[in-house]
Design a protein around this ligand. Structure first.
Ligand SMILES: NC(=O)c1ccc[n+]([C@@H]2O[C@H](COP(=O)([O-])OP(=O)(O)OC[C@H]3O[C@@H](n4cnc5c(N)ncnc54)[C@H](O)[C@@H]3O)[C@@H](O)[C@H]2O)c1
Ligand SMILES: O=C(O)C(=O)C[C@@H](O)[C@H](O)[C@H](O)COP(=O)(O)O
Ligand SMILES: [Zn+2]
Length: 360
C-alpha cells in the first residue's frame, strides 16, 4: 500500500492506494467520529463491492446504513440527491454519522455534496472504484450535481477525511471506462508534469492492459499532482483552475449531447485537443507538441474530435463555465507539454475556429 497526504492543515487527509484495501476497515475505524456510517453506492457497484465493505465494518461493531442509487451520469441530479437525504433521514443518521462514497466519480460527487449539506455537514470518506475517480474525483473536495444548463453547477467544496483507492476494483471496470480515466491521467502530464507525460508515452499500453504495477504508478503520480495543486489552492482562486484543461469544451459536449451520452473522460479528451489546437493557433504550443498529445489520446482509444454541435452552440454552453469572469471566457491553454496557464486572450471567433476544426 502507498499513502499520500493532501496537506490542508488540520483538514489534511491520507490517500491510501493498493490492492485489496476494501476488506480492511482499520483506516476507516481510525477516522470515524462515532461507530455509525452511511454507505452510498449505486446499483452497478453495490452488487460487486458493498457487502465486503459493509461486513468488514459491521464485524468491527460499526452500524451501517446502505444507500443504493441508480447508476449513471444522467442521475447526477436533484431527484437522485434527494434519495440520499430520504435514506439518511429515514435511518435517523446524525450529524456525526460518517458518509462513505463507494463508486465512481458520479457517486463520489453526489455523496460528497450530500455530506456537505446534510444537517450542514457530516464527515465524509471516499472509496473510489473507477480509474477516473482514483486519479482525480475522489481527491480535492469538489462535489456537485449537474443542471440541465451546465455540468456540476450546484455543489460545494467539501474535503473527505480519507480516500481509499483499492486498485483491485479496476479488474471489473469496463475498458471504455478505463480509457476515460486515462484522459484525466494524461491531463496531469500536460498541465504540469512533462516527465510524467513522457512516461505515459512509454507505458500507455501497459496501463490499458491493466498491468498492476504500472497502473499503481500512474494512479500514485496522478494523485500526487492533484494533491499538490489542491494543497496550494483549495478553492480554485488560481492554480487549481489548471485541472480544468479541456473541461470548458468537454462540459459543453456532455451537456449539449445530454448527460451520459459521452463519458466525462471522453469529452475531456476531445476538449483538450480543442484547447491545444487553440494554443497552437495563438502561437503558444508547438506543432510537434500538438501532434504528441493527439497521438497519445488516439493510442488510448479516446476521441480527438468533438461532436458537430456547431461552434455557436458550443460557445453558448461554454458561457456557463465556472471560470467565466465578467462575461469573459477564461480557458486553460498550453505553452508546451507540462506547461499551462489560464487565459482570456482568445477572441470568440478564434475559439469558434478551433472548435470547428476539431469536430467530426
Ligand atoms: N470532483 C472532481 O474533482 C471530479 C473530477 C473528475 C470527474 N468528476 C466527475 O466524475 C464523474 C465521472 O466519474 P467516473 O468516470 O468514475 O464515472 P461513473 O461514476 O459514472 O462510473 C463509470 C461507470 O462504471 C461503473 N463502475 C464504477 N466502478 C466500477 C467497478 N469497479 N467495476 C465495474 N463498474 C464500475 C459505474 O457504476 C458507472 O456505470 C463525472 O460526473 C465528472 O464530472 C469529478
Ligand atoms: O479538481 C478540480 O479542480 C478539477 O477541475 C478536476 C476535474 O477533472 C473535474 O472534472 C471537476 O469536477 C471539474 O470542475 P468544474 O469546477 O469545472 O465543475
Ligand atoms: Zn474532469
Amino acid at each position: 500500500m502507498h499513502t499520500l497526504d493532501v496537506a490542508l492543515g488540520e483538514r489534511s487527509y491520507p490517500i491510501h492506494i493498493g490492492r485489496g484495501l476494501l476488506d480492511d476497515p482499520a483506516p476507516i475505524l481510525a477516522r470515524l467520529k462515532t461507530p455509525r456510517v452511511a454507505l452510498v453506492t449505486n446499483d452497478r457497484v453495490g452488487p460487486l463491492y458493498l457487502e465486503r465493505v459493509q461486513h468488514g465494518l459491521e464485524r468491527a461493531g460499526v452500524r451501517c446504513t446502505a444507500v443504493v442509487l441508480p447508476d449513471g451520469e444522467a442521475h447526477k441530479d436533484w431527484p437522485t440527491l434527494n434519495l440520499v437525504f430520504d435514506a439518511l433521514l429515514g435511518a435517523r443518521c446524525e450529524r456525526s454519522t460518517t458518509l462513505i462514497a463507494l463508486g465512481g466519480g458520479v457517486v463520489g460527487d453526489m455523496a460528497g455534496f450530500a455530506a456537505a449539506t446534510y444537517q450542514r455537514g457530516m464527515p465524509f470518506m471516499q472509496m473510489p472504484t473507477t480509474l477516473l475517480s482514483q486519479v482525480d474525483s475522489s481527491v480535492g473536495g469538489k462535489t456537485a450535481i449537474n443542471h440541465p444548463l451546465g455540468k456540476n453547477m450546484i455543489g460545494a467544496f467539501y474535503q473527505p477525511r480519507l480516500v481509499i483507492a483499492d486498485t483491485a476494483t479496476l479488474d471489473t471496470l469496463p475498458d471504455r471506462e478505463l480509457k476515460a480515466g486515462v484522459a484525466e491521467v494524461i491531463k496531469y502530464g500536460l498541465i504540469r508534469d512533462a516527465a510524467f507525460f513522457a512516461w505515459l508515452e512509454d507505458n500507455l499500453e501497459r496501463i490499458l492492459a491493466r498491468d498492476p504495477d504500472v497502473l499503481a504508478q500512474a494512479i500514485e503520480r496522478s494523485c500526487r499532482n492533484k494533491a499538490e495543486v489542491v494543497a496550494a489552492d483549495e478553492t480554485e482562486r488560481g492554480e487549481r483552475a489548471l485541472l480544468n484543461l479541456g473541461h470548458t469544451f468537454g462540459h459543453a459536449i456532455e451537456t449539449g449531447l445530454g448527460y451520459g451520452e459521452w463519458l466525462h473522460g471522453e469529452a475531456v479528451a476531445a476538449g483538450t485537443v480543442m484547447a491545444a489546437r487553440l494554443s497552437r493557433d495563438l502561437g503558444w504550443l508547438g506543432e510537434g507538441d500538438l501532434d504528441r498529445l493527439v497521438a497519445l489520446f488516439e493510442r488510448a482509444g479516446l476521441p480527438v474530435q468533438g461532436p458537430k454541435l456547431g461552434a455557436e452552440r458550443y460557445l453558448e454552453l461554454m458561457a456557463h463555465d465556472k471560470k467565466v469572469e465578467d462575461g469573459r471566457l477564461r480557458l486553460v491553454l498550453l505553452d508546451g507539454i507540462g506547461a499551462s496557464r489560464v487565459s482570456d486572450a482568445a477572441a470568440p471567433e478564434r475559439i469558434a475556429a478551433a472548435i470547428e476544426a476539431c469536430c467530426a
